[in-house]
Write a protein that binds this ligand. Structure first.
Ligand code: KE4
Length: 430
């Protein structure tokens, strides 16, 4: 595979863009080599600037659950383009998508659209602090909630990939207000809340961690957060930017039957266009300006294009059986990958929830803790990543990201992936 044009563009990009990329995880620092530049997407495939085709398991980091350029989404965007791009004023479609989100997520009684997941989590934290009149917050090690100053503490995703879970430029005064607990550690939650619970404005958690690879909650973990927050008057925020409409129609809160006070969303609800949202209990959300004293605003909030794409996407994912089919396909892929790893005597395990998954080059049967993720064999992962890439499969260029399957990934794409994986496991095992 030639990467000549990608390499040329990367050299050019480095002259104008920090690190040559507009988001750190794209830089391939977690896997070695130079980043690829892409020029098109078609269904389950990405095409790079050297005309190499790849089965795509990044899907723009989750939004493209229908695959690239689904006709229904393209049609909705084209129709909106005939009417305008942005108005800076309210539209009917914003009411429609707000109603749809409230219908699909019963815990969300009011919702505000913003333009990124970071904006959503930043606003939800401010709202929880305004509602409780408390400043201290709790997050979990390895979870990533966007590049919000106070949340860049032991963060996952690109921060973890680059080995900078605690960013420069974040005042100590901010991080002193952020308490970090181990993900899936029920005892640690109880111990912390028994002593500090009444000081805590909110707990923010990825109900399925997708930024330290894919780590589902252990039984009782989310329930412990719910019970602790209720007992101490803290706001429970489920950051469902990634899991929302990815793991189930009702999000992770429907899968695990735990109701948060606030939910943040993004990715799928914008169909691949810039979007975010936060919503939850009416009595909390009413505190958001202009109905209350917690300020939040955005020039392109409720973008007519993002909303058009999001509505089209939500319409299709609402069809009966969409998620069960997606999860069955994910499970087939992972089971078959495990068989090939075993055949090559490569220590391998995986997690999956709905249409998101994680592959780990570990010996443990089940990965439930950040420490286990960090104990993975990075060399094996990097060999796997590059061999898959050389054989036409594009995975997240980091051992700390989840993988995403779409409705466009059919038998042919799964078989191509497994054929590539057989070569990758043989290479690792040799
Ligand atoms: P954005 O600000 O990047 O739209 O969303 C931030 C965010 C918030 N919450 C969760 C659970 C998220 O996963 C994200 C962003 N996800 C990463 C992928 N792991 C975005 C990819 C990137 O940073 O380039």
């Amino acid at each position: 595979m030639s990467n000549e044009n990608s390499s040329k563009l990367y050299r050019q990009a480095l002259q104008f863009i920090p690190g040559g990329v507009n988001s750190p995880v794209r830089a391939f620092k977690g896997v070695g080599g130079n980043p690829l530049f892409f020029k098109a997407g078609e269904g389950a495939y990405l095409i790079d600037v050297d005309d190499n085709r790849y089965v795509d398991y990044v899907g723009a980091w989750g939004p493209l659950i229908l695959g690239h350029r689904h006709p229904h989404v393209i049609e909705a965007l084209a129709a909106q383009l005939e009417r305008g791009i942005a108005y800076g004023a309210s539209t009917e479609a914003e009411v429609q998508i707000a109603e749809k989100i409230c219908q699909l997520l019963p815990s969300v009684e009011r919702v505000r659209l913003v333009t990124s997941g970071t904006e959503a989590t930043m606003s939800a934290i401010r709202l929880a602090r305004g509602y409780t009149r408390r400043d201290q917050i709790v997050k979990f090690e390895g979870c990533y909630h966007g590049h919000v100053d106070g949340l860049l503490v032991k963060a996952g995703s690109g921060a973890l990939t680059l080995g900078t879970p605690d960013s420069l430029g974040v005042p100590r005064a901010y991080t002193e207000l952020t308490h970090v607990l181990p993900f899936n550690d029920i005892e640690a939650v109880h111990q912390f809340f028994d002593t500090r619970g009444d000081e805590i404005a909110c707990v923010i958690v990825e109900p399925v961690a997708g930024n330290m690879n894919c780590v589902p909650p252990v039984p009782g973990f989310l329930e412990a957060l719910r019970e602790s927050c209720t007992r101490h008057g803290s706001v429970l925020i489920f950051d469902e930017v990634m899991t929302g409409f990815r793991v189930a129609l009702g999000g992770a809160q429907a899968v695990y039957g735990v109701t948060p006070d606030l939910t943040t969303l993004g990715k799928v609800i914008g169909g691949g266009l810039p979007v975010g949202a936060f919503g939850g209990r009416q009595e909390i959300m009413e505190l958001i300006a202009p109905s209350g004293g917690v300020y939040q605003a955005g020039t392109l909030s409720g973008s007519p294009l993002a909303v058009a794409a999001g509505l089209a996407m939500l319409e299709l994912v609402s069809e009966p059986g969409f998620y069960s089919k997606l999860e069955a396909r994910t499970q087939t892929l992972l089971h078959s990958l495990g068989e090939r790893a075993a055949a090559a005597s490569v220590p391998f395990t995986s997690n999956c929830v709905g249409g998101m998954f994680g592959c780990f080059f570990n010996t443990e049967e089940r990965i439930t803790r950040f420490s286990q993720v960090m104990a993975g064999n990075l060399d094996h992962f990097q060999t796997f990543f590059h061999t898959m890439l050389d054989n036409g499969v594009y995975l997240a260029p980091s051992a700390y990201e989840a993988g995403f399957i779409s409705a466009a990934h059919g038998d042919r794409e799964i078989q191509l992936t497994l054929d590539a994986a057989e070569k990758a496991f043989d290479k690792i095992g040799s």
